[in-house]
Design a protein around this ligand. Structure first.
Ligand SMILES: CC(C)(COP(=O)(O)OP(=O)(O)OC[C@H]1O[C@@H](n2cnc3c(N)ncnc32)[C@H](O)[C@@H]1OP(=O)(O)O)[C@@H](O)C(=O)NCCC(=O)NCCS
Length: 173
């Protein structure tokens, strides 16, 4: 497993992943709203550029958003298996519900420990950004995500609005 930056050359893979999710949320992808514009070559390129811009510290954050690093979860052969977003700070919504880190793994590659390993790698990325502890949340009934967080050292704080909230120290790693 490794994390890589968004890539302009993966349009066909992206279309296949969207199809596999079959309308379920691509958590951690930065992909929301109307799918159709992104499922064209030019729409895809604009989306990838937007993700890179969100991570670019020389650019101001968009209104109501915080700076965010997007990573794609890749397997050892370079196949794209999932998404991970690392928000670099928390606004009111993220502190209550969203947390620092979101992720998803494509359905055909689940239960191979990609989420567990990707979250571990993201903790190192967060530490490198000077974030001492991250908030990671999941729905009350999302057992795979809760396990992913707990296996990575998540300390349960409380539940708010149906979300379990965990803090994970990022240091030492
Ligand atoms: C949550 C998600 C990312 C987990 O991805 P994954 O790569 O399959 O997870 P892992 O293989 O690393 O497994 C993590 C843990 O969950 C457990 N797990 C995975 N799928 C499970 C399932 N369907 N039922 C019960 N436990 C499950 C694993 O056994 C493991 O726990 P363990 O260490 O105690 O054995 C994936 O299911 C997904 O993309 N779901 C939809 C999006 C989502 O919910 N994202 C999280 C938003 S907070």
């Amino acid at each position: 497993m490794h994390l890589r930056s968004p890539d302009f050359d993966r349009f066909a893979d992206f279309c296949a992943i969207v199809e596999e999710f079959a309308g379920a949320g691509l958590h951690g992808s930065g992909f929301w709203g109307d799918h159709q514009p992104v499922l064209t070559e030019s729409g895809y390129a604009a989306w990838v550029q937007g993700l890179l811009d969100e991570g670019d510290e020389t650019l101001p954050p968009q209104e109501g958003r915080v700076k965010c690093s997007y990573f794609w979860i890749m397997d050892e052969d370079g196949a794209w298996v999932g998404f991970l977003a690392l928000r670099r700070s928390l606004n009111d919504f993220l502190l209550e519900e969203g947390g620092h880190i979101g992720y998803s793994v494509r359905p055909s590659r689940r239960r191979e420990r990609f989420a567990t390993r990707a979250l571990a790698a993201a903790l190192g990325e967060a530490a490198a950004l000077g974030i001492d502890r991250v908030l990671v949340t999941c729905d009350e009934d999302n057992i795979p995500s809760a396990r992913t967080i707990e296996v990575n050292g998540g300390l349960y704080e409380d539940s708010r609005n149906g979300k379990r909230r965990y803090w994970i120290p990022t240091n030492p790693r």
